[in-house]
Write a protein that binds this ligand. Structure first.
Ligand SMILES: [Zn+2]
Length: 368
């Protein structure tokens, strides 16, 4: 067995910055639309999907022939599983859950051919719901369930996007089997970001698999290379990247909030120290004042000239020290005010951060 080479997560995640992705950009939207529309002008598969059930379909245009067959998904366990897990995301109608049995695209002007089921491992099923790109906010997509061994996809089986999504998901299966073969769970060095880096690696690997399998179709100009890259970026990598970025930001937020709370605690401890010192100063100041009053009384009743002079010196010394204390007390007061302001600021910042964490947890829960 080959020794597994692990990747450093930080350098891997730097690739995130290379993925410039704007899901709203005209370029991405155009590529997605190009690939998601049906290749066959009069195809009604999506609207009349039940009519085509159990039939060996063959559709043709000037460029290619598409052969496919699907049957109804009957297995109650899988039906329930898909409805429970995927319904909110894909808006699935239970009537429209099909198992794909055959999917072959052959080009007319050369030998280029793709037979999905020669690539799909035997113990996997492809379950799908036919769907058009209308309304535009619903787009084709896919996911993989490795526990129950099925790929689920949502889209128009007569579009070019359909096999791209399937190949990406098969790429995930191949990658998972490679990990299993090497007896590892990840190819990324373990650290706090390794889960996200591994997620990104898996997406890139799955997309690389799809690109590789589609190379002859790109070469034959059946699939536009830019459209393919944009589509994969949009469908898997792009959306995953934003999820990964979001999760890293959440992690950073927790770290920063932790640091903020530490600074807050340090501030509170310092505040306690200066409040104690301030109280001591006040006490000392009070004591000096009392002493001064006593000396003034003593001076009043002193009957000797020398004694009176000594008291006078003592009074001056006391007055000087009292003034010093007074200044120091004023300074402490300022200090305490500053410290209170700082503490209040920390409290506001912490409250804000905790709210952000709460919000991001809610978003994360909603997305999962
Ligand atoms: Zn993926």
């Amino acid at each position: 067995m080959n020794e597994t080479k692990f990747i450093n997560s930080e350098s891997y995640l730097e690739k995130l910055n290379q993925v410039k992705y704007d899901p709203e950009s005209e370029e991405i939207l155009t590529s997605v639309q190009n690939l998601e529309k049906s290749m066959f002008q009069d195809s009604e598969i999506v609207n009349n999907s039940e009519e085509y059930l159990n039939k060996d379909m063959s559709l043709e245009n000037s460029e290619c022939t598409l052969n496919f067959k699907y049957v109804q998904l009957e297995e109650p366990y899988l039906k329930e599983k898909i409805l429970n897990d995927l319904q909110p995301k894909y808006n699935i109608d239970i009537k429209n859950l099909y198992i794909l049995k055959k999917f072959i695209i052959s080009l007319k002007n050369n030998e280029t051919k793709l037979d999905i089921f020669t690539l799909l491992p035997n113990d996997y099923e492809i379950i799908f719901t036919p769907h058009t790109i209308n309304p535009p906010e619903t787009k084709s997509s896919g996911c993989l369930n490795i526990i129950d061994n099925f790929i689920y996809t949502y889209g128009d089986p007569t579009s070019k996007a359909f096999p791209i999504t399937l190949l990406h998901e098969i790429g995930h299966i191949v990658d998972k089997e490679n990990l299993k073969k090497n007896n590892v769970k990840s190819l990324i060095n373990e650290d706090q970001y390794s889960d996200y880096a591994e997620e990104l690696r898996r997406e890139r690997t799955a997309s690389a698999y799809a690109i590789n399998k589609l190379r002859p179709f790109v070469k034959s100009k059946f699939i536009d290379k830019k459209d393919l890259l944009n589509y994969l970026k949009n469908d898997s990598l792009g959306s995953h990247c934003s999820v990964i970025e979001f999760n890293i930001a959440r992690l950073e937020l927790r770290k920063e909030t932790g640091e903020l709370i530490n600074k807050y605690i340090t501030s509170l401890e310092y505040y306690e120290t200066i409040i104690n010192e301030y109280a001591m100063l006040i006490e000392e100041h009070q004591k000096l004042n009392n002493d001064l009053i006593q000396i003034q009384i003593d001076k009043e009743i002193a009957d000797e000239e020398l004694q009176s002079l000594l008291y006078k010196n003592e009074i001056e010394k006391h007055e000087k020290r009292i003034k010093e204390y007074k200044n120091e007390i004023e300074e402490y007061k300022k200090h305490i005010e500053e410290c209170e302001e700082e503490i209040e600021e920390y409290e506001n910042e912490i409250e804000y951060s905790l709210n952000m964490i709460k919000e991001s947890d809610e978003i994360a829960e909603y997305n999962s």
